[in-house]
Ligand binder design. Structure first.
Ligand code: C2E
Ligand code: MG
Ligand code: MG
Length: 409
């Protein structure tokens, strides 16, 4: 605002640069917060070196920085600074005796053409930053009007997501996990859905946003509580006990009190721990902190599964070190089985490895009889996919349970 009031000496421009470090969450998750903080400090120092005296560098929060350039003669000068910043940030960082590389995405909004008040300028710079992210980061984008509509969609979703929990807009779908040998239902995986004004939104659309904003923590707790309550209710209705599998987010695994939360939910709902399975992904197990949390969860008696196995980076030694029960082979490897020789080799190898490590295996995304016939030759433990059932709303799953018996773990 001060810059705007001081700038009316014509023909001069000011620019707001909005920066967000690319994939900073991954840096936080893998290096830990201490090292990540050091990196943020180094970024701040480099930014200061890229601008002139009188310009402003600020950290607005998290991994977001804002730069204000004042008294600029031409647009080219702004591009030059943005490029200088990209190059400077991309230089290696020496931390704890190791070298790290990061990149940043920059959104640029120019005064006066792109906005005449501080709030608009910041908002538009933010939109432009998302446009830079969409181009895979490590670039800068000037604001243009059509970006406004896209980000208002994003902002609107963020606002709506804030209220969704208290308004009861979330619901769970249930997808059967079929026991390979008996053909019974070994359990169900709960999959989150958001009923946004009558439209069912898929988790792929809102979970990343919920993770970014931290909303995944209360939402995830709601999922756990609802899943455990429902599983106990089925048992009370006389169905044979089975497992309920819940997807955890990396954010949840970092919570220091996760074990207590889950223990509390189990006690409150009366569900025995052996009927709860937690699904984690490979990337979530990279941090040392995760090891402790997983051990604590194992002590609780719940089961642990690795989801989407084969798509992340697993140190194979982790598979032994962690107290795991199960691998779920990612559905991408089911494509064109058994015609696709690569997928045949991968799936065969994963099943053999899991068996020798004493882990159960689930094949995800089984859609065709051909896939099933192939998987029979390998003897997976469990199968999941559209061939048996899509994820179903509660009433339909309960109906299914009456036809396909559940089998205890
Ligand atoms: P996921 O845990 O790997 O879940 C399996 C996904 O594959 C589900 O998509 C399911 O509908 C889909 N699927 C199942 N069988 C088939 C099949 O035969 N063919 C195909 N093409 N797809 C199949 P959905 O429900 O859209 O969930 C997507 C992802 O969202 C999940 O992947 C999981 O990572 C995440 N998610 C879902 N619910 C939650 C939740 O409550 N918390 C967290 N943190 N993440 C969740
Ligand atoms: Mg899953
Ligand atoms: Mg999966």
């Amino acid at each position: 605002s001060q810059a705007i009031t001081r700038l009316p000496w014509h023909d001069r421009l000011a620019a707001v640069l909005f920066l967000d470090i690319d994939r900073f969450k991954l840096i936080n998750d893998t290096l830990g917060h201490g090292t990540a903080d050091l990196m943020l400090k180094a970024v701040g120092e480099r930014l200061v070196e890229c601008v002139r005296d009188g310009d402003t560098v600020a950290r607005l929060g998290g991994d977001e920085f804002t730069v204000l350039l004042i008294d600029v003669a031409a647009m080219e000068d702004i591009s030059a600074v943005a490029q200088k910043i990209l190059d400077s940030i991309a230089q290696p960082y020496e931390l704890d005796g190791q070298q790290f590389y990061i990149t940043t995405s920059i959104g640029i909004c120019v005064y006066p053409p792109d906005g005449t008040d501080a709030a608009t300028l910041l908002k538009n710079a933010d939109s432009a930053m998302y446009a830079a992210k969409d181009r895979e980061g490590n670039n800068y984008q000037f604001y243009s009007e059509d970006m406004g509509t896209q980000s208002s969609g994003r902002l609107a979703m963020e606002n709506a997501l804030h209220h969704a929990l208290e308004r009861g807009e979330f619901m769970l779908y249930y997808q059967p996990l079929m026991d390979f040998t008996s053909g019974n239902m070994a359990g169900v995986e709960v999959l989150l859905r958001w009923n946004r004004d009558g439209e069912i939104v898929s988790p792929a659309e809102f979970i990343p946003l919920a993770e970014e904003t931290g909303l995944i923590v209360p939402i995830g707790e709601w999922v756990l509580r609802t899943a455990c309550t429902q599983n106990k209710a089925w048992q009370d209705q006389g169905f044979p006990p089975m497992r309920v599998a819940v997807n955890l987010s990396g954010r949840q695994l970092q919570l220091p009190h996760l074990k207590d939360t889950i223990a509390g939910i189990l006690q409150e709902t009366g569900l025995q721990p052996c009927y709860l399975e937690l699904e984690l992904t490979e990337s979530m197990m990279q941090s040392l902190q995760a090891t402790g949390t997983l051990r604590a969860l194992k002590e609780l008696g719940v089961r642990l599964a690795i989801d989407d196995f084969g798509t992340g980076y697993s140190s194979l030694s982790h598979l032994q070190r962690y107290p795991l029960h199960k691998l779920k082979i990612d559905q991408s490897f089911m494509r064109n089985l058994p015609a696709d020789q690569n997928n045949v080799a991968i799936v065969t190898a994963i099943v053999a490895m899991a068996q020798s490590l004493n882990l159960k295996v689930t094949a995800e995304g089984v859609e065709t009889a051909e896939q099933l016939a192939f998987l029979r030759t390998l003897a997976c433990d469990e199968l999941q996919g559209y061939l048996f059932s899509r994820p179903l709303p509660l009433a339909e799953l309960t109906k299914l349970l009456k036809n396909i018996p559940a089998s205890s773990p």
